[in-house]
Write a protein of this length. Sequence first.
Length: 406
Amino acid sequence: MRKCLICNTPIQPFMSFGKMPIANGFLLREEFASEYFFELQVAFCEHCGMVQILEQPDREQMFNENYAFFSGTSEGMKIHFKAFADDVMRNYLPSDNPFVVEIGSNDGIMLQNFAENHIRHLGIEPSSNVAEVSREKGIQTVCSFFDAVLARQIVEEHGQADVFLGANVMCHIPYLHSVIEGIDILLKPDGLVLFEDPYLGSVIEQTSYDQIYDEHVFLFSVTSIRYLFAQHGMEVVDIAPQKTHGGSMRYIIARKGTRAVSPQVSHCLKSEELMGLHEPAVYGAFKKSCETSRDALLKLLTDLRSSGNRIVGYAATSKSTTIINYCGINSDLIEFISDTTPVKQGKFSPGAHIPVRPYEEFKSRYPEYALLFAYNHAAEIMAKEKDFVMSGGRWIVYVPKVQVLE
Ligand code: SAH
Ligand code: TMP
Ligand code: ZN
């Protein structure tokens, strides 16, 4: 039997999404035959509350020189990370020669704000292609996976850090105990950890099951994060819900007893209890909601297609891999997926092998329907695509429910 990655309690999956490929594994036709698949099963640990997937590909299979996700492709996220960095600079950094470390720094979308302000910083980013983009921007970057061993090397070279940052990366790392041991080595005694990830409560509330894919080994809640850090003498001192990625949570963590704990933390723990986030019944209901959503989306696409409509996918997001493969969407239903990322264009989507085409192909011949795979960037995209709607085009969305937007 599998054991919880956080507390070692035996756990059982509450659902399987079936065989899945690497979510960011956009591929060429000649790579189809050797494509890697694994079973995407999800479990909930009744002891510590952590929701987790049971099987994850080796980290080098996901995070390497071909990593397809460049954070800077979204203007909305640039604004988000500038605000995050401004908040850290204003409220959490000492005035005397501060040092900031970020893991999963990708193309430097967050750290560029510290670099511009001449603040000592270091990005830890194992995917060499995105790390290179950040170096070109003048951001200090180590191309490596963060863990306790690397933390020791950083301290030897740069001294301890005031702030440890991570966005959409902690939930990617199965060996979190080693990461937190690393944080303990790296952080000054009164240092702070600030990180944010998609929030379990939002996923359950909105049936946004596309947040579950190979890279996202965990779906965090305040309850499970509090448990995890308590094992290492640290506590959640504040939280801040975020609108990003369909609903995220930012956690602010310090060594136990070094900071006052905001009342927000106990409010949120209470609301998680009320939502039943730590009761198995909620996951049984979630499974049913996923199945209902899957059936409704497949039916909608099939009906629209059989009445002769063209449907194009908008944005080849990593999370769309779960939607496409779980729902059984293929290139008979979706002509192609339009995406602005050059390394994805000309390739095929993981698993279903739907062609990924440059954005210009969407723009030059609008389809009747566009399936919005990047609903987390909906505001930015709707503002940009007024012409599509003016010319009679319609958006299909599936979070929080399957519908054609009027
Ligand atoms: N922080 C960015 C990127 C998130 S994608 C944003 O929010 O947009 C996750 C990133 O974490 C990837 O660039 C991946 O290469 C990196 N990553 C994965 N495992 C890591 C680890 N153990 N240490 C540091 N970075 C890691
Ligand atoms: P994300 O949802 O994981 O942030 O991935 C964003 C993907 O969507 C990335 O491949 C770029 C693509 N994209 C577009 O094609 N057009 C857009 O307007 C936006 C915002 C993103
Ligand atoms: Zn557990």
